[in-house]
Design a binder for this molecule. Sequence first.
Ligand code: SF4
Length: 736
Amino acid sequence: MKRLQDQGKACFYWDYDTSYIRDGNTNSAGLFMNRNLKVFRNDMPADWQYNTLLSTPGTEVTRRIIGTASDIVQVKLIPELLGSLPTVPPEEAHHTAVILVDENLIVPLLTSLPGDIGDINITMGYPLKMTGVYSLVKHIFNLQRNASAERNEILFSRREVIDILRHPLIADVSGDEEKSISAEIISGNLFRIPTGFLCKTRLMEAVFRKSSTPSEFSDYLTNILEIVSLGGSGDDQEDPDSLMQRKLRNEFIHSALKTISRLEPVAESQAVTFRIDTYIRILDKILRNQSVPFTGEPLSGIQIMGFLETRALDFRNIIMLSVNEGALPSVSTGSSFIPYSIREAFGLPVINHQESLYAYHFFRLLHRAENVTFVYNSDSSGMRTGEMSRFLTQMKYARLISPETVTLKFDLRTSSPENPEIEKTDMHRERLLRLYSGDQARSMLSPTAINTWLNCRMRFYYRYISGLKEPDQISQEIDHAVFGQVLHRIMKEIYSGTPGKEITPDYIDTLSGDTEFLAGLIDQTVDSIYGQDLRRPESGNDIIIKDILLAYLRRILAADRYISPFAMVGTEKEYRFLLPLVSEGTELRIRRGGSIDRIDRAGGRLRIVDYKTGEVASRIASLDDLFADDRKKEFDGWLQTLLYCEAFLSNNPAEAVRPSVYRVKELIDAKPDDALKIKEDKNSEWILEDYRTVRETFMAGITGVVASIFSSGEPIRMTKTLSKCNYCPYRGLCRR
Ligand code: SF4
């Protein structure tokens, strides 16, 4: 450059403020400028003004520093900050700049801009890692990394398969067949899915195959991205928004494809061999750091740009976000194989130089700016320091530049809670009647539904009135729901061949002593729940749970041995009956029913038995406990068993039945504590041996509850016991 200047082929124009040149080394912004002025001189016109607004502000200059509580608050402030600027005509809007030191804020910023802002011009790159294209590529990386081979077949992990099938870019190019695959995976409880199951269409064949070399992977990924780029309607009727989205998506895909093709020679190189995992890591690193440039009309509208895009530009109004220490100056250096000490020794750029460069760009921006607002995030949680940039601290203490500092205080309120009570209307009532009333009713009002009403009416409303079902999915590990299901199925299996036969203590001893048989039964039942083709890896947790299941089975068998000999009458039997009641002057016949876990006859008395792995009360103060509104969940088991007694009795009126609940966790002694105890007074209680003794009271209670379910005036309330909400699937709706 010096030679060009000496030959008269180059001129040098330096823009600076006397404050950081005059003070020499006190401001690092002048480090390079001092040197450059000495080496190259300055060709600026003689009347060029070096006493800028930076060091000689007039009364018209305002500078503010605002500390906010989070990144989102920073962008949400933008409409107010823009509104506080002096009104400018639209043709002068380009004198205003919103500068994002942290470019990741571009999306929240764009969604926070006021609707009447007019034109905007974005001059910055959009980080590819923030796009849907990158998230799809990332899922594909994981799919390939976690794929395994077994019995000549490639297996993919359920999580990645579902993530890819549900990804909006794949959904855009999917047909009905592809969409049904994810439903099949969930309903079939598949955890490791073979390619044969997935590759039913061309799209699936393209996505679900394993690449074994970097070159193969490069072709594979290119192919998927090309298919995805064809998604969207593409017809003439497409609305402008979708068209814009599609163009944007294809721009991102194009950017990713460019990187992949740039890496192709490396992937195909014979000279260097590396594993596919290494290739994925290199590609991922490049894509993560890549940004896709936006282009716009520079002289139209408010300018939105990154910090480095402001070089050599002047603005009258500036709003700069994320002016935090660590972000300004940036502490990241470009990747280099040359160590710091060697770079320093040979005068190569090091981090200190970067600080000076940033300082110059920062202070130069203030040369002609009249209204400047710096916003920083003062949140110091996690890895954040919450400190303002050193440049702002420097400004605060400089004699000539005196910014006003504002710390925002917020009137913080939690999001408004949902109304804890809604009114049951005629429409709700009609929907319930359609479902449950009359001989033609579509469903049966189960004991679970009644218990739900008594536990939390709002939960009943979501589940049974609005029909919002929990998603049909099963966890990979044996959870509480699967645990109960396995236990019930095994008990059914154990006694399946015995109806009518006498079950003796010897028979039970043989069963209980045959660990191999019981363990085999557990394995078989677990497998049947997760599907034949599950290939679910057995975890340590599974092994522990299977041991617990074995222990519980032995406890039930020990309790059975105590009452043996007995005869099994039936297992998992369906019973139905109609409950007549008068609701709002109309006679209703509500369809009721359920499946009784077990009916047996011991000591001449018929027992209706329910196995419970959760909490069940061992005694109640009175039958009213079962029908109290917003009552404890521990009474669910007894209400259910008494309803089964009623269902059985309505089909077999002459029988005396005894309700029995096997509280599996509590079956520690061989003598089963399975009966319902009802307190008489403080010191005594009685055991319910024959349901018929409480039938009338019970039916009056249950009729009252069912009538309240069908009454249109009955309020629908959220429970007052917050602990019930902990595992409720609707807690998001209730905002609890
Ligand atoms: S979150 Fe709580 S209040 Fe809401 S439905 Fe569930 S249990 Fe009821």
